[in-house]
Design a protein around this ligand. Structure first.
Ligand SMILES: C[S@@+](CC[C@H](N)C(=O)[O-])C[C@H]1O[C@@H](n2cnc3c(N)ncnc32)[C@H](O)[C@@H]1O
Length: 317
């Protein structure tokens, strides 16, 4: 489906059955993504290798490292089997047709008949309906469990998938649009990784192509001076809050709930990032801001916007 330089990707025989996973010695308990609607069980696993899954079947090949690979520390996989199993949630706003439809519309418009690459493709919430529109789609993701679910879905055989870190992993071919949605840029917890992500996206774009990011605006206006915690859910048996480090831009979302006399505590790390900082990362990667909207239907981005959908262009020549 996607053609390109064979030098980027080598082959290896690895089955999808065990997801190529191994237990990690220093795993931490984690919760759901900040904006997902359901609680996620903790994950104690990570990848043992990176691999590519072709649209045709469940054989994997291991890609060589991209040009940024050797500098980047290994990323933690927070979307293991247990998290993946509950990720798709028909009741979640993010799976609502009113959210997915406009997202797919805009990405298909930007693809303009060309191919699309999704970084952090997950279980295919956007990739599958985009492929169903006839857009050739390839995705990368660190989680073998998420990719296994994607491939098992109807239409999963129409989407190419590569297992690996989205900021460093190279896949074959060049794309008209590369996209990163649902705050996934914040899953990269260092500025270096976010910068590398932009460089990696730019490397995958054909001249004139577009890189699209959907991410929240840092919510620091809700943070009174001297305070570093913002609660976002206060229930009778469950509580959730964000903690901000305004020096490093590290943040975390923490969930505490009580069930059956047991208390569960889960925390997921993120790095919040400013729109202007993203623009600079884009410039470092040779891209230029084309548009910034408040959402997928191109609402104006204003001082009151809580999130943005931004599009950066790769020069045509
Ligand atoms: C919030 S989910 C979004 C999934 C999908 N894009 C969607 O919109 O439903 C974030 C995804 O990014 C993946 N991810 C997080 N950090 C990653 C990394 N460093 N490299 C590759 N994938 C990563 C996770 O495994 C997960 O599938």
């Amino acid at each position: 489906m996607v053609t390109g330089d064979d030098d980027e990707v080598g082959a290896a025989d690895v089955g999808l059955g065990d997801h190529g996973l191994q237990d990690r010695e220093h795993a931490v308990d984690v919760g759901q993504h900040r904006h997902a609607s359901r609680r996620r069980p903790p994950c104690r696993r990570t990848l043992s290798r990176r691999a590519t899954v072709g649209p045709a079947g469940n054989r994997l090949s291991v890609p060589r490292r991209g040009r940024y690979g050797s500098r980047m520390p290994a990323a933690e996989d927070y979307f293991g089997d247990e998290v993946a199993a509950t990720y798709d949630d028909a009741e979640s706003e993010m799976f609502d047709a009113a959210v997915v439809g406009p997202t797919v519309d805009l990405i298909a418009e930007l693809a303009g008949g060309g191919a699309a690459l999704e970084l952090g493709v997950g279980t295919g919430r956007i990739a599958l309906p985009l492929a169903a529109r006839g857009v050739p789609v390839h995705g990368t993701d660190l989680s073998a469990a998420m990719l296994a679910l994607l491939l098992a879905k109807p239409g999963g055989d129409t989407v190419g998938a590569t297992l690996g870190d989205l900021s460093t992993t190279r896949v074959e071919g060049r794309f008209a649009v590369v996209y990163l949605v649902f705050n996934t840029i914040m899953n990269l917890t260092t500025q270096d990784a976010q910068v590398a992500c932009f460089a990696n996206a730019a490397d995958h774009l054909e001249p004139g192509g577009a890189f699209v990011v959907e991410v929240m605006v840092p919510d620091l206006q809700r943070l009174p001076p001297g305070q570093d915690v913002v609660p976002f859910h206060v229930g009778e048996t469950s509580w959730a809050f964000d903690r901000y480090d305004v020096v490093t831009q590290a943040m975390s979302s923490t969930y505490v709930d009580v069930a059956g006399g047991e208390v569960r505590f889960r925390s997921t790390p993120f790095r919040y990032v400013w729109p202007a900082e993203l623009d600079l990362m884009a410039r470092l990667a040779g891209l230029r801001l084309r548009d910034r909207w408040d959402g997928w239907t191109k609402q104006p981005f204003t001082s009151g916007s809580r999130r943005h959908v931004s599009v950066w262009d790769k020069p045509a020549a």
